[in-house]
Write a protein that binds this ligand. Sequence first.
Ligand code: GLN
Length: 281
Amino acid sequence: MKPVQTILSEACAHWPPGTERERIQPEIWQLACHVLQWPLAKLLAQGASPADDQTVARLQELVRRRAAGEPLAYLTGETEFWSLPLWVSPAVLVPRPETEILVEQALAWIPAGTAVRVLDLGTGSGAIALALQHERPDAAIVAIDRSGAALAIARRNARRHGLPVTFLQGHWGTAIASGSVHFVVSNPPYVEEGDPVLGEAGLRHEPRQALEGGPDGLRDLRAVIAESARVLAPGGRLLVEHGNRQGAAVRALLAQAGFGDVATKRDYAGWERISAGLRHG
Ligand code: GLN
């Protein structure tokens, strides 16, 4: 029996002192809350109380896996996107804060109070579709993924929040009628094949099929743009996330596919990250 606080300080010793340890400390506390099933306030108030051997062993195992690079979200099975707690597993990408910029931009265009039709291509955990549905309860949102395992997670997330998104398994928008949608949103795989980043700590544990976008990283962005040009009604808009050096290429692809009003938004780090286009009438 060891006090929880002692286990936590021992856990932090896996990381070198300094900024890295400071960055990881809150994550270790979250792992402890997960294992103990305690809210953070209880951990803060009762950290001196002892934990049983089984709890200590479980926590130490999760800390070891975190130190080996597994994302916190996979270890706790949860993350937060657009203030919605979401289930995640290694079958889906961990939703990123920068993807909230896509949601924000989409909400600037999607009117409230109408049954506007929105399509999310490659939904993964359902993050984008669920955030939009949460803000626009009247929108008819369809979210598609090729992966059945990803859709199972997305459906659980929809049930968790009572959100009526329709989930379909399929290859991009092939199941969707031409000219039938007002908005397409997508965070497709866009990392270049062979990019060393795929082998690095965070991404190594995430599904390759959700990350890798072919030799130039644009394979799936091309597919999403072509598919959107087909399914969008005149006046409809596409919003896509892309890599930090793909802005010019994506704008060119949008223009080639006949989109107008093409523009790019930067992420919190200042990189070009989200591009959008208007389907002309
Ligand atoms: N933004 C992710 C990254 O960390 C990639 C996500 C994606 O490929 N859609 O690079």
